[in-house]
Design a protein around this ligand. Structure first.
Ligand code: 4NP
Length: 159
């Protein structure tokens, strides 16, 4: 099986997409599939470039035994052809990535761009809501949604 390249995208790349990356990597490790995937995350904005994931997001993930290793970076045009699949957290991220992708219109190697919540099976949600300005419960909800979506995504990619 050739390696599949998956990129998770949110706004700041310090809360939702690093959590998605960590949850997906955790699932891959549990199933011994790490060498079949290349996994990364990025933000549509550049304010937090170089920073680790938000302390509250890391703490919530650690409580579930999930490590978030990423440092924030901003998505670039090259990501659109380097990755096979890009999963966006909300409508704004989806619009931003699609508008970047328009610059590569017609390229055969352009990534599939999809909302992360389209892989949820337990939750009925259209977005992974931004937890940055809210309380602890928001970070837990992000992880609940991402655990659901990541397991649906992995099942779909293995099929
Ligand atoms: P994220 O959350 O997009 O899930 O990383 C945010 C982090 C920071 C900001 C907004 C959203 N901010 O405005 O700084």
């Amino acid at each position: 099986m050739t390696e599949q390249r998956v990129l998770f995208v949110c706004l700041g790349n310090i809360c939702r997409s690093p959590a998605a990356e960590g949850v997906f990597l955790h699932l891959l490790a549990q199933q011994g599939l790490e060498d079949q995937f290349l996994v990364d995350s990025a933000g549509t904005g550049g304010w937090h470039v170089g920073n680790p994931a938000d302390r509250r997001m890391r703490a919530a993930a650690e409580r579930r035994g999930i490590h978030l290793p990423s440092r924030a970076r901003q998505i670039s045009l090259a990501d659109l052809s380097h990755f096979d699949r890009i999963l966006t957290m909300d409508e704004d991220n989806l619009r931003a990535v699609r508008s970047l992708a328009a610059e590569l219109h017609g390229r055969p190697d352009l990534a599939e761009i999809e909302p992360m919540t389209s892989y949820c099976r337990r939750f009925k949600a259209s977005e992974v809501p931004d937890p940055y300005y809210g309380g602890e419960q928001g970070f837990e909800h992000v992880l609940d949604l991402l655990e659901d979506a990541c397991s649906g995504l992995l099942e779909s990619l293995r099929a």
